[in-house]
Design a protein around this ligand. Structure first.
Ligand SMILES: Nc1nc2c(ncn2[C@@H]2O[C@H](COP(=O)(O)OP(=O)(O)OP(=O)(O)O)[C@@H](O)[C@H]2O)c(=O)[nH]1
Length: 607
């Protein structure tokens, strides 16, 4: 089938969205292929590469280098980076913090090589590949020589190419961080790179998911960032989206009650969104223009001063709402400040996968423009969107930056490694048991975790103690009657990653227990499933093997023998109409459904 109109899925979606509700003043969704920035977007390999085996890594490095394999066959020695499976002791943790500080400057992101108008596209691409290869070599050597564990940093050059372009196009680069552990997601070297590209560009940290923090906790972070001369603001895409939803509902209520309404709903909606843009422009701004062009800290000063006089008695650590964030973006640069595109402030949004970039953009754009997912790495393309006629958002796909981490378990709990791809659940659950006090886990899951003799309540439970209690209480059992700990672990880890089981890290220098005390009490208990619900869950998971076991249809197995001992011989003929010992047939299930279900229930309750 030939491509007649070059109508790909991306373009079709954009066209479809516009045709459904007609064009609007600020419409600006561009397909990446329409960006005339020299990049061949149509040919991008947009598969994020974070975890590679030694062999894969060797192959991709050789491919990048254009190396012939015959030459490489000799003396090849694979040395895997040290993988810390277990957890660190307090001393090891101190040592780790020291190493982290020492090696900070070595953990760089790749730079785009210098180029000018005379450089051809091919030359530039070759240079990019070479410098990227060199960067990977340096990091690999660092990992090998120092025996350190790093985040599974992005190894696909095309992702970094997108970052380079976002940084080059942006006047302000915003790093979106997760409020639960902002420093883990902050890349200091990116801030340096932004300044290297052009010293007039600004950096700003947007602490998203700040709904997880109490006011005191935000204040503590604000004090830390101010003391470091870092500009940071607090935002919650979730709260902003909820506010929008409420406004929408109220508007609909007014419309239903005979409020001002035109015949055409879509027209009204369009007008609303246009007016919205105008109101936000007209409203008070919280950030005055920076007085001097190169002064990075002007925003902090502005933030402190301007926010204090705001009518709602806002503090610099208040959660910014949607309108306030739009105001911030509109006024972060003064009228005389340098802009790449005259009259337009381009705001680049960068961050790790899953920190909430798409949710923030959706909340800002007051509609669903970017798909949101609890799985890291959903956003794959960089896209540009006009937030207002003067503010252009430039969204970069989620990137894992190179950084030091204590253990793999830390990466799982922080959502950097996906829970579903986890092979060993014990270390992350062990870490979770160390971070969250025993009583919080017991309250949240309405369980009692056993304490071995001679141990006190203050000691964290082992992963087995916690998971056994949880799996039993939820009825998660394996075929052979053991508690299904991996299943229980997956559920708890997902709760932790999504923040339902909340843990927030304190800034450096603050005692963690004091910082988190309030939230530890704030955890809401999860209702324990009723007997009916437990049965329903088990029934949903019934396999044909369960049914076979329940009816002892097949040749005597261990389960059969045990069953016969427990209940005596079962007259399957009267139940199913089949002859004993013959394989189970579906037609009989229809005839005696209720009786069979009762037996399956009974069987499941007894295992
Ligand atoms: N509590 C809370 N959850 C949020 C907030 N923002 C995003 N989330 C959740 O975080 C998860 C990730 O959000 P996304 O917006 O898809 O994250 P992303 O950074 O775009 O992720 P990639 O597409 O992988 O780059 C989703 O489950 C969101 O519901 C927030 O402000 N508060």
């Amino acid at each position: 089938m030939g491509k007649k109109n070059k109508q790909g899925l991306g373009r079709a979606l954009i066209k479809d969205r516009f045709s459904k509700r007609g064009p609007r003043k600020n419409d600006s969704l561009l397909h990446t292929a329409e960006l005339n920035d020299g990049a061949d977007w149509g040919r991008l390999n947009l598969q994020s590469v974070t975890e590679e085996s030694s062999f894969q890594e060797f192959l991709s490095t050789a491919q990048l280098a254009g190396t012939e394999f015959q030459a490489e066959k000799l003396n090849v020695n694979f040395v895997s980076a040290r993988v810390a499976h277990g957890l660190l002791t307090k001393e090891q943790m101190k040592e780790f913090e020291k190493t982290k500080e020492e090696k900070k400057d070595l953990l760089r992101i790749p730079r785009r090589p210098k180029w000018d108008e005379e450089t051809t596209a091919e030359e530039l691409q070759a240079k990019e590949r070479d410098s990227f290869l060199e960067w990977r070599r340096q990091l690999a050597m660092l990992q090998e020589q120092e025996g350190i564990l790093m985040t599974p940093y992005e190894k696909n050059l095309d992702f970094w190419r997108q970052l380079w372009r976002v940084v080059e196009r942006s006047d302000v680069v915003i790093q979106i961080l997760d409020a639960r552990d902002p420093l883990l997601f902050r890349c200091e070297d990116l801030e340096k790179y932004v300044k290297e590209v052009n010293s007039v560009k600004r950096n700003l940290l947007l602490i998203n998911k700040s709904d997880f923090l109490t006011e005191n906790q935000r204040k503590t972070w604000h004090e830390y960032f101010s003391s470091q001369g870092i500009d940071a603001v607090f935002f919650s895409a979730l709260n902003a989206a909820e506010e929008l939803e409420k406004i929408k509902e109220e508007d609909e209520g007014v419309e239903e009650n005979g409020g001002p309404e035109s015949d055409d709903d879509e027209d009204a909606e369009d007008e609303d969104s246009q007016n919205e843009g105008e109101t936000s422009e007209a409203e008070t701004t919280y950030f005055s223009a920076g007085e001097s062009e190169n002064e990075i800290n002007t925003i902090s000063e502005d933030l402190r001063d301007e926010l204090k006089v705001e009518k709602k008695q806002r503090t610099p650590w208040s959660l910014l709402g949607r309108e306030e964030l739009i105001d911030l973006f509109s006024n972060i640069l003064g009228p005389d400040d340098h802009r790449i595109t005259a009259g337009v402030t381009t705001v680049g949004l960068v961050g790790y996968p899953n920190v909430g970039k798409s949710s923030s953009i959706n909340a800002l754009m007051a509609g669903k423009k970017v798909s949101v997912s609890a799985t890291p790495g959903k956003t794959k393309h960089f896209q540009t969107l006009y937030l207002t006629p003067e503010v252009l958002l430039c969204d970069c796909p989620g990137l894992v930056f190179p950084s030091l981490v204590a253990t793999k378990a830390d990466m799982v709990l922080n959502g950097i490694l996906p829970v579903d791809q986890l092979r060993d659940h014990v270390p992350p659950i062990g870490l979770l048991c160390q971070l969250i006090p025993r009583h919080v886990l017991e309250d949240r899951y309405s369980i009692m975790i056993c304490i071995p003799e001679g141990q006190s309540h203050d000691q964290p439970p082992t992963p087995e103690e916690f998971l056994n209690a949880l799996a039993y209480s939820r009825g998660y059992m394996t075929q052979n009657g053991q508690p299904d700990n991996p299943r229980a672990a997956r559920g708890v880890l997902k709760e932790f990653v999504t923040g339902r089981l909340l843990y927030c890290k304190a800034p450096p220098g603050i005692v963690q227990e004091e910082y988190h005390e309030y939230q530890m009490r704030r955890q809401k208990p999860v209702p324990v499933p009723t007997v009916q619900a437990q049965r329903a869950t088990r029934l949903n998971n019934v396999t044909s093997a369960d049914i076979d076991k329940a009816f002892f249809r097949t040749a005597p197995s261990k389960a059969h023998r045990q069953g016969v001992q427990k209940f005596g011989p079962i007259d399957t003929e009267s139940v199913s109409g089949d002859k004993p010992g013959k394989p189970w047939k579906d037609h009989s299930a229809k005839r005696n459904k209720r009786e069979k279900l009762r037996r399956v229930y009974r069987h499941l309750d007894l295992v």
